[in-house]
Design a protein around this ligand. Structure first.
Ligand SMILES: [Zn+2]
Length: 50
C-alpha cells in the first residue's frame, strides 16, 4: 500500500491498477497525489501553491 508523502499515512487504493495520471487523495490529510507509475504503484505528491 502506498503511503502519503505529506503525512506518511497509508493510502488505500481501491483500484488494483490505477491509471497513470489519476489523482488519489490522502484520506487523512487531503493531500493530492498523482499516479506516475502503476506497476509498481508509485505516487507523487502534488504540491499546491496557495
Ligand atoms: Zn496524508
Amino acid at each position: 500500500m502506498p503511503s502519503c508523502q505529506e503525512c506518511n499515512s497509508p493510502i488505500p487504493v481501491e483500484e488494483e491498477m490505477p491509471e497513470i495520471g489519476e489523482i488519489i487523495v490522502c484520506p487523512t490529510c487531503g493531500a493530492e497525489h498523482e499516479v506516475i507509475s502503476s506497476e509498481p504503484l508509485v505516487l507523487e505528491l502534488i504540491e499546491e501553491e496557495k
